[in-house]
Ligand binder design. Structure first.
Ligand SMILES: Cc1cc2nc3c(=O)[nH]c(=O)nc-3n(C[C@H](O)[C@H](O)[C@H](O)COP(=O)(O)O)c2cc1C
Length: 176
């Protein structure tokens, strides 16, 4: 079914934008090429095993290479990394030109200054309409709690503001 027949696509996007996310640059090394892509589709799955997910648009030029990658590095951007986010959100052939990076534990490039870093290996891949869903197993991680994460909400970047909101009440030891 054509989505436009079922939904007002703009209204659908707007409704999805009411759900704020962080922003990541996911990187990998595939067929000798360094890839990096800005993604807000990153999320956590179970803790045991430690799984995470992200999805890639089928129109992405680099999708065939992503499907070959043996490892991924998820760089959770900090609030002062909007330029990095913008750079890796464009279909450029020279995304890495002038970008400072280090070699991560999994061999692919990682970005200094990120708020957190997850080194992962592929776990599963699923067809998901006009996207491909990647599920990955976390092998190593680092967290820089003193850095504030970059937020994406309503189609714009945002920063976290301290509020009086308290932690949710929940009977289980949750990680969300
Ligand atoms: C905040 C933000 C979040 C994004 N999240 C995703 C995502 O989760 N999946 C995706 O495929 N593209 C996402 N994009 C767009 C991709 O970054 C962009 O299409 C990609 O870099 C193009 O890469 P290519 O060289 O493979 O065509 C996002 C862009 C922005 C600005």
């Amino acid at each position: 079914m054509n989505i436009e027949a079922a939904f007002d696509v703009r209204a659908f996007r707007q409704a999805l934008g009411q759900f704020p996310t962080g922003v990541c640059v996911v990187t990998c090394l595939a067929d000798g090429e360094q890839l990096g892509m800005t993604m807000s589709s990153f999320n956590s799955l179970p803790l045991d095993p430690p799984l995470v997910l992200f999805s890639i648009d089928r129109r992405s030029a680099s999708l065939p290479l992503w499907q070959q990658a043996a490892t991924y590095a998820v760089n959770v951007l900090s609030e002062n990394q909007k330029d990095i986010s913008n750079r890796f959100a464009r279909p450029l052939s020279n995304k890495w030109e002038g970008v400072r990076f280090e070699q991560g534990r999994s061999g692919g490039p990682v970005l200094p200054g990120a708020a957190a870093l997850f080194d992962c290996e592929p776990w599963a891949r699923h067809e998901a309409g006009d996207h491909v869903l990647f599920i990955a197993r976390v092998k190593h991680f680092r967290s820089f709690a003193e850095r504030q994460p970059l937020v994406f909400s309503k189609g714009r970047y945002a920063s976290l503001q301290p509020t009086e909101f308290t932690a949710p009440l929940w009977p289980l030891d949750i990680h969300y």
